[in-house]
Design a protein around this ligand. Structure first.
Ligand code: FA5
Length: 340
């Protein structure tokens, strides 16, 4: 092969390689192969000095213009490859601020779910939602609710005490006291929240559970108002007609006091294991606010009367969602929680 043919072949080969190369590393390799220190074209250029003057002119020109051509082609291919690399990187790193998030995998805890639902039901009936602290005074948890210092009813709700004389509220009823201090009658409030009792736990008893308190104070409030509100609350919560029954019950802060039952939803009042064959399920305590409690709250019992109730939120949730053991709520078991 003459040198002319060699240079022509080299040009063809090098341009083909440059057209095919897809990476900067590959490009460097080609550059070395042809124009590097030991490259094919470099070798030819070095050999030019041994040629005749006539060959030097023609072949020298051919070799030098190939050298320039390769230099330019390599530079232009490098720009192309660098642009493409940059574009790929930008595409991979692209951040679309408006892209919708994948749906979050979190769930509302069943107690939060039922609490929010109850709050909606009562707000639609004109009730305010109130809050109170979980660490309470003896006065708010007991004394202002008509438990005297040595009242045996104090033992009905075994209490966790702090070392400096406060307690973990045993029920949400102290919020009744706070409501009377804050609001002028007429008013109606509910107060959902966490309560604590020093209690042996089993399938239906926890030491930490939730209640929802309710209180309505106005002129001429009677048991009929209590029954009406309870019936309409429970029927909406359970999405069907629910019957309500009052049994006498003792709580120092109401007179008369009642245990409030509703018809069992599992068996529709026919009798089953859940309602212990009675057809009724206990939901909480209720009654007309004791005149002493109104008086302690700065409300004239000769002018105003009221009803109050306190339900176990866990028990309502168990009935609504068919949960058979109260301990599920606090165990943080994802297989349980993910059902809600
Ligand atoms: C009270 O706590 C009264 N404060 C309720 C009340 C309010 C009466 C206003 C009158 C007027 P009791 O101790 O019965 O009452 O508790 C009320 C409800 O809380 C019970 O019916 C039950 O549903 C729930 N409850 C009580 N103890 C536990 C427990 N250890 N674990 C789970 N739920 C409980």
């Amino acid at each position: 092969m003459s040198l002319y043919q060699e240079i022509t072949a080299l040009e063809k080969e090098a341009l083909a390689a440059l057209g095919a190369v897809e990476s900067i590393a590959g490009l460097e390799e080609i550059k070395n192969r042809y124009t590097g220190k030991k490259g094919a074209l470099t070798g030819i250029l070095k050999g030019l000095k041994d040629l005749s003057d006539a060959d030097k002119r023609t072949l020298g020109k051919q070799a030098h213009s190939l050298s320039t051509l390769l230099e330019e082609s390599i530079a232009s291919r490098r720009r192309e490859l660098e642009n493409r690399e940059m574009q790929n990187r930008l595409l991979a790193e692209r951040f679309d601020a408006l892209r919708p998030l994948r749906s979050l995998s979190g769930h509302l805890h069943p107690l939060s779910r039922i609490q929010y639902e109850i709050e909606d039901l009562f707000t639609s009936m004109g009730f305010l939602i109130m809050d109170g602290p979980e660490v309470e005074t003896d006065a708010n948890n007991f004394t202002h609710l008509n438990f005297s210092a040595d009242h045996p009813a104090r033992d009905m709700q075994d209490t966790f005490w702090t070392t400096d004389g406060f307690l973990l509220r045993t029920h949400t009823s102290p919020v009744q006291v706070r409501a009377m201090q804050k609001l002028k009658p007429p008013f109606r409030i509910i107060a959902p929240g966490r309560v604590y009792r020093y209690e042996e736990i089993d399938a239906s008893h926890e030491h930490t559970f939730f209640q929802v308190e309710g209180m309505m104070v106005d002129e001429d409030i009677s048991v009929a108002h209590l029954i009406h509100i309870m019936k309409s609350f429970l029927s909406q919560l359970f999405d069907r007609e629910v019957a309500v029954r009052l049994r006498p019950g003792y709580f120092p802060f109401v007179e008369p006091g009642f245990e409030l039952d509703f018809s069992c939803l599992i068996c529709n009042g026919q009798g089953c294991r859940v309602c212990k064959q009675s057809g009724w399920v206990e939901s909480g305590g209720s009654g007309l606010v004791h005149p002493e409690v109104l008086r302690a709250g700065g409300i004239d019992p000769d002018r105003f009367s009221g009803f109050a109730f306190g339900f176990g939120l866990n028990r309502l949730a168990m009935m609504k969602y068919g949960i058979e053991d109260i301990r599920h709520f606090m165990q943080g078991n994802l297989r349980f929680l993910e059902q809600f």
